[in-house]
Design a protein around this ligand. Structure first.
Ligand code: LMR
Length: 334
């Protein structure tokens, strides 16, 4: 009787722990540097929701927005080490990893429209760029849109010459460095989480970002002018630690790929409206004057910055730049 009850409790215990083991979810730590209320933040939330639902709780996605876990450079190292499993760094942040081709996205005026952008990110060019991450232990899953950038400073900006001598915060991209130098400005690389304070204390005079980032970080509170220059693009690659991804059960990986596909459609659908809304909020705040450029001023910016495309051929590859321009030509842009 005694042996029987011991056996019974052993069996019960093993069933319980077996069940607990079977139910222990696979955790995906998804770290990023922007606010939850941005195109990237919202798309990350959508991915979490869809991934957890599709896997019936076998996967748990933990979101860490606003650099709460890591800043720009550290998050890429953390991903490679496996301390986090998923990130969505901006495309300007892959250069230091040794994948400088991603800086093609930073070239001024490379995308005459969002359709051209999507032809690149959703087509063979995007696929081959993501493939370049594999030797770094990274699997690229998708591109998420954000938007075209505005310039901000504490003086009115109308013409490229207004930028002369200003200290401008940039992301860690050699193309952005060349772009600022072409304007006669002094670029300074800073992590995204440090920008607000750097603007507030005068470490830098200005910055560039899509309005959604500017507004949600309250940068407009420490910048008197925002010029809607739309001179360049900012978007993301959603990436995972390759070893982690390859080690997932195939059915789970399939569900996550499906969730990522839907989250990507969502990200790309909301990006424009989120940025339009943010620019409206900046205007409404009354703290910053939003400057719309005249067609003549826009042309002056284009003239000043377009040569950066040629100048960066050696770094990015002429073929890659040509292939993006070909996508534009296919859609009727010269
Ligand atoms: C920046 O550093 O300005 C951006 O890359 C932030 C982001 O992730 O959108």
């Amino acid at each position: 009787m005694k042996i029987k009850s011991v056996l019974f409790s052993l069996l019960a215990a093993s069933l319980v722990s077996g069940a607990a083991f079977a139910q222990a979810p696979i955790v995906i730590k998804f770290s990023h540097v922007v606010a939850g209320d941005t195109p990237k933040g919202k798309a990350a939330e959508r991915f979490k929701e869809l991934a957890e639902k599709a896997t019936h709780g076998r996967v748990k996605v933990e979101l860490y927005p606003n650099s709460t876990l890591y800043k720009d450079k550290e998050e890429l190292e953390a991903l490679q080490l496996g301390a986090v499993q998923m990130l969505a760094p901006s495309l300007a942040k892959f250069g230091p990893l040794g994948v400088k081709e991603f800086e093609v996205f930073d070239l001024p005026y490379i995308f005459p429209s969002k359709d051209v952008l999507y032809a690149v990110t959703e087509g063979p060019i995007g696929k081959s760029l993501l493939k370049k991450l594999e030797p770094k232990g990274i699997t690229g899953l998708a591109f998420w849109d954000n938007g075209f950038k505005v310039m901000s400073a504490n003086k009115p900006i109308h013409l490229p010459t207004d930028m002369k001598g200003l200290k401008l915060r940039i992301q860690s991209s050699k193309v952005l460095d060349a772009q600022m130098r072409a304007l006669g400005a002094n670029p300074q690389v800073l992590a995204f989480s440090e920008v607000y304070q750097a603007l507030q204390t005068g470490v830098v005079d200005g910055t560039e970002n899509p309005p959604s980032n500017l507004y949600t970080q309250k940068m407009h509170e420490v910048q008197k002018y925002v010029a809607v220059t739309r001179h360049g693009y900012l978007g993301y690659a959603v990436i995972v630690n390759k070893k982690f991804w390859d080690g997932l059960p195939a059915d789970i990986r399939g569900e996550l790929e499906g969730a990522m596909k839907s989250a990507t459609q969502y990200a790309n659908a909301i990006a424009q409206q989120e940025n339009d809304k943010a620019l409206e909020e900046v205007k409404k705040s009354g703290k910053t004057t939003v400057i719309t450029l005249t067609p003549k001023e826009q042309e002056a910016w284009r003239q000043a910055l377009k040569p950066v495309q040629k100048q960066m051929e050696g770094r990015i590859g002429k073929d890659l730049i040509d292939s993006v321009n070909k996508e534009a030509a296919k859609l009727g842009f010269k």
